[in-house]
Design a protein around this ligand. Structure first.
Ligand code: G6Q
Length: 547
């Protein structure tokens, strides 16, 4: 069954939300907190070891009820069933979207074209387990019999960002292997990695779903050439493995088909870390942790599928985001994890969110007449407090922000952790309340500032507050909780795509980039520049003359 094609702005709920927005646009959160001291009870969700406090949003019970009506009117329940059951919801590529099957229980049945894919998923998982154990235990060695010490993941986009983010996030659980990531076709990237490794003790994991991606093939060739300076062609089989759907191309590259971990076209690149694309994660933190990551995601899948929408974390976060994006006109959202381990979460979710929902054509083939995908950005706190928080606090733009924090630190250093978390709580409180003229004036009075100076300074020191935040408080950063967190955002993306009536799982904009560069590369190689606008032609000729 195809997804429905309803323009959300034509629903009853949307029209009511527009009217409701007129009442809410100037609503004061501090006042709402003052008049309703049990506001927190209405706007929080507890699930497993996650707590989401969404009370610091410009909402009242009616807002949530109308947003939930919108989800229902847009057929969200039926769409979720289609998503999990292997419906062809990526219609423009004629594919199912089943990253959820990669973390489903072994006893589940998920059919694609009438065939249950779960046995295949588990077969690959067993191979990942076996391979991981062989590498980490030293059973498999390099061509001179030495243990592997380093892993290089060669991939880009979905074949890089997920593993790179997860390996960084789970660094605390890492084993002895040093893990590197090469993605950019910029030769400086690969050469910096080559400087750090020894061909005798390095394993290369080439990750490319299509095995046609210029960056990954170029980097793999460069690495292979460098490797062959010390080893023979036969040794390639010991040091190169691939993750791909394209066995033929992998074999042409010289990788032994026995060293290929398959994936499937029903797994989108940006949702693929749960598949063999996560091989590097398993190598870095061990298969048990990799499985925990999948388990955490699987539990979030169950929550998303079964919880009532008003207590459903991905649904509520998605609806709040729509409230600001489509009614308040907010353009971006910030994501601030209070842990250095999650420093790659925002870049990772930039791809997930912006590649999925950066679309302007509705599922009915018509250009949409409303806003879709939000711009996502962020950096860990407290670093970001010393950088861009000024704009969130006192700038002219509305930037709803997710604050992600953990109750327990990993290294157990409570002095640091309590300082970190006091900043975490202080920021959302300050964003809510701001600082009034009276508060600023009383500070001046205490300091004994002279009246003339105080008058001048006062407007600059006032903070309006009323800035929306969600607080996502989790017990501890573990492989399992990371899995749940990523799946939370994956499902938020899905809900928003359904409500915006767009196809979230294609990426034609990325495909265009892949084609364009090839034409220009040919011109650079042959030094014949033709058929461009005068700016591009001028730039290309200038480059050719000076390079
Ligand atoms: C993700 C995108 C894109 C893709 C890369 C790498 O959803 O499709 O980022 O992952 O272009 O593609 P390959 O894995 O085919 O090399």
């Amino acid at each position: 069954m195809a997804l429905n094609t309803l323009n959300p702005t034509e629903t009853v709920a949307w029209k009511k939300l527009q009217a409701h927005y007129q009442d809410m646009q100037n609503a004061s959160m501090p006042e709402m907190f003052q008049t309703d001291t049990s506001r927190i009870d209405k706007f929080n969700i507890k699930w497993n070891d996650f707590l989401i406090d969404y009370s610091k949003n410009i909402i009242n019970p009616e807002t949530m009820s109308l947003l939930l009506d919108l989800a229902n009117e847009m057929g969200l329940k039926a769409a979720i069933a289609e998503y999990f059951d292997g419906g062809i919801i990526n219609q423009t590529e004629n594919r199912a979207v089943l990253h959820t099957a990669l973390r489903a229980k072994e006893s589940s049945v998920v059919n694609v074209n009438g065939q249950n894919v779960i046995p295949e998923v588990y077969e690959v998982k067993n191979n990942i387990r076996k391979f991981t154990e062989e590498i980490t235990s030293g059973k498999r060695t390099g061509f001179t019999g030495k243990y592997f010490t380093d892993i290089v993941n060669i991939g880009i986009g979905g074949s890089d960002l997920g593993p790179a983010m997860a390996v960084e996030a789970l660094q605390y659980y890492k084993n002895h292997l040093n893990v590197h990531f090469v993605s950019n076709v910029d030769g400086d990237h690969v050469n910096e990695i080559i400087k750090k490794i020894n061909p005798e003790t390095t394993l290369f994991v080439v990750v490319s779903k299509t095995f046609t991606t210029q960056e990954t093939l170029t980097n793999s060739e460069t690495i292979k050439e460098w490797f062959l300076k010390s080893a023979t062609q036969e040794d390639v089989a010991k040091h190169f493995v691939a993750v791909s759907t394209n066995i033929q191309k992998v074999t042409e590259f010289g990788i032994n088909p026995e060293n290929v971990f398959p994936m499937w076209d029903w797994v989108g690149g940006r949702f693929s870390l749960w598949s063999a694309v996560g091989l590097t994660i398993s190598l870095a933190v061990g298969f048990d942790n990799f499985e925990e990551l999948l388990e955490g995601a699987s539990e979030m899948d169950t929550h998303f599928k079964t919880a009532d929408f008003d207590k459903n974390m991905p649904v509520v976060l998605a609806l709040l985001s729509i409230w600001y994006n489509n009614f308040f006109g907010a353009e971006s959202e910030a994501l601030i994890p209070y842990t250095q381990y999650l420093q790659k979460l925002a870049p990772y979710l930039q791809q997930g969110i912006m590649e999925s929902n950066g679309k302007s054509v509705g599922r009915d083939g018509k250009i949409v007449n409303y806003q879709t995908g939000t711009i996502i950005w962020g950096e860990p706190g407290t670093n970001s407090q010393h950088a861009f928080f000024q704009l969130i606090h006192q700038g002219t733009k509305l930037i709803p922000s997710d604050f992600i924090g953990y109750i327990k630190p990993l290294h157990g250093n409570l002095d640091h952790h309590n300082k970190l978390m006091s900043n975490f709580f202080a920021q959302t409180e300050a964003l809510l309340h701001g600082k009034t003229k009276d508060q600023v004036q009383s500070e001046f009075d205490k300091q004994g500032l002279d009246a003339e100076k105080a008058k001048f300074l006062l407007p600059f020191k006032v903070f309006n507050g009323n800035k929306p935040t969600n607080t996502i408080l989790i017990d501890k950063l573990s492989a399992k909780s990371l899995g749940s967190l990523i799946a939370l955002y994956e499902h938020k993306i899905f809900v928003q795509g359904i409500i915006w009536n767009i196809f979230s799982y294609d990426q034609w904009g990325v495909e265009l980039g892949k084609q364009l560069a090839n034409t220009i590369l040919e011109e650079i190689n042959t030094k014949k520049v033709d058929n461009h606008d005068c700016s591009t032609e001028f730039l290309l000729n200038y480059f050719l003359k000076n390079n």
